[in-house]
Design a protein around this ligand. Sequence first.
Ligand code: FAD
Length: 432
Amino acid sequence: SLAIHWFRRDLRLDDNTALNAALATGLPVMCVFIFDPNILRHLKIKNDSRITFIFDTLQKLDADLRARGSMLRIFFDAPLSVYERLFQSFNVRGIWCNEDYEPYARERDAAVAGLCKAKGAEFHAHKDHVVFAPHEVLKDDGKPYNVFTPYSRRWLARFADEPPVYHELASKGKFLPATADHQNPGLRAIGFERSAIAVPPPLFDAALIEHYSDTRDIPSVAGTSRLGVHLRFGTVSIRALAALAARLSQKFLAELIWREFYQMIIWYYPHTTKRPFRAIYEQLKFPGSEADFKAWTRGETGYPLVDAGMRELVATGFMHNRVRMLVASFLTKHLLCDWRWGEHFFAQHLLDFELASNVGGWQWSAGIGVDAAPYFRIFNPSEQQKKFDPKNIYIDRWLKNDNFFGTEARAPIVDHRFARERCLKFFSTVHP
Ligand code: FAD
């Protein structure tokens, strides 16, 4: 009999809660990763950078497991079909995995748990992606918070009481020996091609985190950790990072708490992945045009900081947070385009795309989410540029030598004052 560890957003061997629990059973552990066609079919870019990153990370995991005499079994099929087959071929005691709070993942996991039950096997989902699971930081009356500051206060109080513990790979357990009867699919076989965007390995840069509150808002400097993608796919342990943050920077820790706040929101309010947090905003029918949206995606709005940000995103899969806030506000408030268009575009391009944080960030920027920027706070793109890129360093980096932008300044797609008035009028239809 054997135990299965199912890798999903936890692509590492160290400090992996479910993997350690599987190893602790004393049974040989089979490691599995599944490329799920239900997820992949939403990805429209052939050389999607996230798929290349996952693929390369899996090769490394496989090599690490082979060094231990085992292997990673990678599949390309619906999880239920994969597990049906594994139940037929092996005597599976159970499946161990780490919790995933997204709506689709919840449905998928419930179905796999159901299959396990039908087969008389166990199904265990562990907390691993967050320091505190959604139900662990609630108000006194047991209800979820929808304002960040009191949530974070409670989060910090709990963190002080229960500092996270880092667990290396359990040395007592054993992995199932490798066999030659399974072929892992290549990138082509799952329908993708290699991306040119390379992801730097995770770096816990203590000096950067220490100075984070001074450097985090300047898009031209490398003042943020770039760990988003590694947190998303679990190539770093959130427990290790949160412990470091608590020692070095409260501001950095606060950002990790925002991440958990949004994980909590998506768990208790799964409708927010598609609709605004508050029902009144569902009445807002954003009138923005396809043409304006296209110009925004191409970085052709004539507002240099907006355009530079969009160029950075498409070229690198990253955009600085300060600029994410501006471009999202610009699309929804200046161009009155539906926030879901922007959310979807970010979802296709961001290396660190995380559904909960992306939806949270978009609804916050559009003024229609939990604890959001109010609708009447409308960023002035030129003022933002003066404040956060006063020497035009960031803008020059992304807009100079640009094939289709040229060196001449582009006329603004919309006048700021006009757009501001139009936006206030638009929102006043629900805020009389
Ligand atoms: P750092 O500044 O070094 O922060 C460390 C980590 O804290 C990040 O990696 C991230 O995990 C977390 N974090 C930081 N800020 C936030 C925040 N505001 N909300 C939630 N978590 C945060 N973040 C994502 O991880 N995925 C997304 O898809 C995403 N989409 C966004 C969309 C919009 C419109 C906005 C305004 C923000 C979005 N963010 C998203 C939040 C934030 O911009 C990124 O987490 C951050 O820029 C990533 O860079 P970094 O890893 O260098 O972050």
